[in-house]
Design a binder for this molecule. Structure first.
Ligand SMILES: [Zn+2]
Length: 173
């Protein structure tokens, strides 16, 4: 069931309080055209539940997001071959910013499906650091591997934008 966050543009779209150009919708997810596209055809795939981070989306919802993005990707490619679509596509970026430092601008998790072509305006400024040693890669891999072997117990991440409201009522025993 969707939760609504006041002043969230995506929640407003989901609840039809703002207009949007919807391409797909079911009880858990929705996809619509980006209002400020990088290139024509730029589509957003959005879980209906309001969570800032994709890692907080329940599995039964998050597992629907990539397959839908995949279908949109395929059909954008088909459309780009139609002379009347105006969609220019040589490649596709699936882009998900899971937090502000990653470039997240709307704090309701979403996956971008972006048609790309050589010379377009979308830029990812990759500044890779010094490559780590194999020992360091193995050590990090082992830490992740151990955690992946634990039963899945997702812990909510403290939101960077909307701090949790702590009730100012103290109950004395
Ligand atoms: Zn929202």
């Amino acid at each position: 069931m969707a939760t609504e966050q006041v002043n969230c543009v995506f929640c407003s779209i989901i609840n039809r309080k703002l207009p949007s150009s919807i391409v797909y919708e079911d009880e858990d997810i929705i996809a619509f055209m980006d209002i400020n596209p990088v290139n024509k055809g730029h589509t957003l795939v959005v879980p209906k539940i309001h969570e800032q981070y994709m890692c907080d989306i329940p599995d039964e919802t998050s597992q629907k997001i990539f397959p839908l993005a995949q279908r949109i990707n395929k059909n954008l490619r088909r459309l780009s071959e139609a002379s009347d679509s105006g969609i220019k596509l040589e490649a596709v970026n699936l882009f998900l910013a899971d937090g502000i430092a990653a470039g997240q601008e709307v704090y309701h998790s979403h996956l971008h499906v972006i048609p790309r072509f050589k010379g377009d305006s979308f830029k990812l400024h990759n500044q890779y650091g010094t490559p780590p040693s194999r020992q360091e890669l193995d050590a990090t891999a082992n830490r992740i591997k151990q955690l992946l072997q634990e039963p899945s117990t997702p812990q909510p991440i403290q939101s960077q934008t909307s701090p949790k409201i702590v009730p100012d009522v103290i109950i004395h025993n």
